[in-house]
Design a protein around this ligand. Sequence first.
Ligand code: MN
Length: 438
Amino acid sequence: MSVNVLLDPADPALRSWVPGANNPDGDFPIQNLPYGTVDGGVAVRIGNKALVLRDVLEADLFVKKLASSDEFQMAMDMAWLNGIAELSPEQQTMLRRNLAYMLAEGSPARPKLERLLRDANDASVEAPEDAPFVVGDYTDFYASLHHATNVGSMFRPTNPLLPNWKHVPIGYHGRASSIIPSGRPVIRPSGQTVASDDGPPSFGPCKLLDYELEVGFYVGVGNELGETVPVTDAWRRIFGFCLVNDWSARDIQKWEYQPLGPFLAKNFATTVSPWVVTREALEPFRVAGPSRAADDPRPLDYLCDPNGTNIDITLEVFIASLKMRNSGLAPTLVSRGSFRDMFWTPAQMLAHHASNGCNMQIGDLLASGTVSGATKDSRGCMLERTWRGTEPITLGDGTERKFLLDGDEVIIRGHCVKPGHPRIGFGECRGIVLPARA
Ligand code: MN
């Protein structure tokens, strides 16, 4: 490996020649370099542009040691990120550093690369056909204390938090087949709902459709069946992070969730953002945590992570009605919180998931559960935000919402800021609600 064609993108002083990359309010500086897919190929996002890595390979611009490796060539033949995640840690580091070198100010590769860049607002970049990974399995956790307490207190006022909650990261197995990319519409689901707690049920379109603001992460290094993932080793096994909207049908959920948990109320659609922000890019934004109250139980040993951290990601949810979009009104901000407030960390979720010997595989998606904070405006779903519809929110067009209506678009954004470091963003996770099928 010749060192003069590699640069460390972790250097906060590094700047790029790509348009938009040095914008202080932008999501995609050279320190980010998130991966996604464009035109059926692996791509990296920077500033207002995207670069398809196969184009770079064909132009013979990658360092020889990387370009000539079988694993790398196989990864370039894939339309998903699974092959990139399968590269050795050394190859992944080399790829990031080689890209940083090519995209940094003053790079001699600029004239050749300029011709390969694609505009970020091209349809193929903005609205990918598929989610960035082939996800074998998807699990959704319930890791926010505020969310669990709020939802619990609506349904069990005297007993909001069940006795297990502070001991065991609660989750359910979601469905991978209905994970969809940002931009694909979501059809309002139909299902069994009841007018009163005991039934009888009727079948029809969901009336209480909700979003859930979540952060997801893709597994980069898995474990064999029967083996486990030590919590202190879990962070480095995460490939990268994304934004997730766990669309939820609250009326269907209410009737079906006991005794086995969510089922059809959740698995009609889960939207993921197109760009996967690598664990490396988020390193500067790791913060001590999670905080535990003095009388909280100490985690059991297998979940005890002395150097465990949360990540300080600011998260926002916006809603735009059809009328707002048609009249050019900006989407209304309905929630703003931080991922740093979570009670369980991504490392604890991964270690817990594998603690029974369940094999985690490359590209598996684990999501955090709704991210809610202590304040009203940081509640991460409509159920909490409108307190079961009793406190409606008003959108920019003057209309009120208790839950989502047909035509509403939900937009989730996320970013990290820290003095002395360029802002690292996630882009957007979007979805428009379409009417139920007749
Ligand atoms: Mn969820």
